[in-house]
Design a protein. Structure first.
Lengths: 248, 264
């Protein structure tokens, strides 16, 4: 399968591209920064809809990880790039997918959109997002809703994966490994995120729009990953048990 | 006390003069609303894109400063027949970032209420024979126009959640002016008279609590005809407003009407 990975130069995206390529897929990378490791790499800004249109041509599926990061921490001061490059960017991606016959899309979302519900012990994919007016969470919530509309109206299958804090043990990773003595249930290793992206593109989904929690496996998790295990066959390799045993 | 009249509907203003800012005031609805508000003696700051671009945060901040109400009508219209990426983007940006800018600036400035104008077209996905009401989830198509309206409502919903009662969203039917409407015009059950829309906006501006669990004021408004597919119960109940123009002269065959009435 030829897969377009947006955000392919990013912390998670570069691993998604690498692991999907290792699984035998052909990758077209899209990012506003170059990614030399990828042979087919387009340096595109999410605001450039015509360039996105061209990049979507000739691929079978899209893993959409690109999002205007770097602004969300300052969202309180009034930057709403998330609603522009984020939500409008997704609209262009999905419209281009329809135009060019792409039928499978993975949208990378965040568990943070359910944040006000985190005083509950069991938060499933059914939880109503309460993103508030902060750009990042509001944008991701509206983006999920956009995916839902496209999947309802057209023959396109979209999986939204909600992830949380993404860590890595790989030496070349940005930042260090997590504190293995305390690993919140909303965390996930980035190779497991890559695994989920691959599964979302290849497994049969019950409906054309599905949301999956993608986290590590931990007993007593507030964010159960049962749905991803059951439907996708998702099995996180970097789970709490393994990490605990590595602890000094 | 000020009184506005349109047909036999009367809106009474119990409060003092309100300071009201309007975005998108150069459109037909904006002009009609501005005229009514000025006549009622309100302090109105009516702006269009040349004065206040809702995408320019600084301009929006200045607009909201010192205001008590904001009526947000600004939206981007399609200039070309065939959709282009650039046009879709402009429509979405104006709706999403524009609504966010207006609501954010209004909250910062202590504006008591923002009236957001939307459209009943976002119920597009329901079958023809459904009776629709405010508690049914909208099913917009994936056109930039419908998504812009639907997602902008989502922005309003979140502002209302954070500051209960601060946002009233009024979904209007297809606006037509009954006085200048051609006798040959083909009846549309989603029609709404411009005068009724204007009076509903006046009503919205005097309402200060909403009959909605999240304190988000959300009302559908179309002409009250036997053909309408929207239940006007909440509008006529809590919102206490009844559209006056029923476009009787344009109704199709009367037998058809009776059958619909019997069918409920």
């Amino acid at each position: 399968m030829k897969i377009m990975v947006t955000g392919a130069a990013g912390y998670i995206g570069n691993i998604v591209a690498r692991d999907l390529a290792a699984a035998g897929h052909e990758i077209r990378g899209v990012d506003f920064r170059p990614m030399p490791a990828l042979a087919d790499m387009r340096v595109i800004d999410l605001n450039d809809a015509d360039a996105i249109d061209e990049a979507v041509q000739g691929v079978d599926a899209v893993c959409h990880l690109a999002w205007p990061m770097g602004t969300w921490k300052d969202a309180a001061v009034g930057d709403n790039t998330d609603l522009g490059a984020g939500v409008r960017g997704l609209y262009h991606i999905l419209s281009c997918c329809l135009r060019h016959g792409v039928k499978r899309v993975v949208f990378q979302s965040t568990i943070n959109i359910t944040w006000p519900s985190w005083d509950s012990w069991r938060i499933t994919e059914e939880e109503t997002p309460r993103p508030g007016t902060q750009g990042y969470t509001l944008g991701k919530t509206l983006a999920e809703d956009l995916c839902r509309s496209f999947a309802r109206c057209h023959d396109i299958t979209i999986a939204a994966i909600r992830i949380g804090g993404v860590f890595t043990f790989e030496a070349e990773g940005h930042g260090g490994g997590p504190d293995v003595h305390y690993l919140p249930s909303s965390c996930v290793e980035r190779r497991d995120v890559a695994q989920a992206h691959g599964l979302c593109l290849t497994q049969k989904l019950p409906t054309r729009f599905e949301i999956f929690h993608i986290f590590h496996d931990r007993p007593g998790s507030r964010f159960p990953i049962d749905k991803a295990k059951r439907i996708l066959g998702y099995e996180p390799r970097f789970n709490w048990e393994a990490l605990w045993q590595r602890a000094p | 006390m000020f009184i506005c009249c349109s047909g036999n509907q009367t809106i009474k203003w119990e409060e003092d003069i309100l300071k009201i800012a309007i975005t998108g005031a150069s459109g037909p609805l904006g002009q009609a609303l501005t005229a009514e508000l000025l006549e009622a003696g309100h302090d109105v700051r009516a702006t269009d894109i040349d004065e206040v671009d809702v995408l320019a945060e600084e301009q929006v901040r200045e607009l909201c400063a010192g205001m008590e109400r904001v009526v947000h009508l600004a939206c981007a219209r399609r200039r070309q027949e065939t959709p282009t990426n650039a046009e879709d983007g402009r429509i979405l940006d104006t709706a999403l970032k524009g609504s966010w800018n207006v609501m954010h600036a209004a909250r910062e400035a202590g504006v008591a209420q923002v009236v957001q104008v939307s459209d009943v077209c976002i119920y597009d996905g329901y079958d023809e024979d459904h009776i629709l009401s405010e508690d049914m989830v909208p099913l917009p198509d994936t056109s930039a126009e419908q998504q812009a309206l639907h997602l902008a409502e989502g922005v309003g919903h979140e502002f209302a959640r954070e500051a209960p009662g601060s946002i009233l969203t009024l979904r209007l039917g297809r606006l037509v002016d009954a006085e200048s409407l051609s006798a040959q015009a083909r009846f549309d059950r989603d029609w709404l008279d411009m005068g009724d829309a204007t009076m509903a906006l006046l009503r919205a501006l005097e309402l200060d609590s909403y009959d909605h669990p999240s304190h988000w004021g959300l009302y559908n408004l179309v002409a009250d005809t036997p053909y309408r597919r929207f239940a006007l119960r909440i509008l006529q109940g809590h919102f206490a407003f009844s559209p006056q123009v029923d476009f009787r002269a344009w109704w199709p065959d009367r037998k058809e009407v009776d059958r619909k009435e019997v069918g409920g």
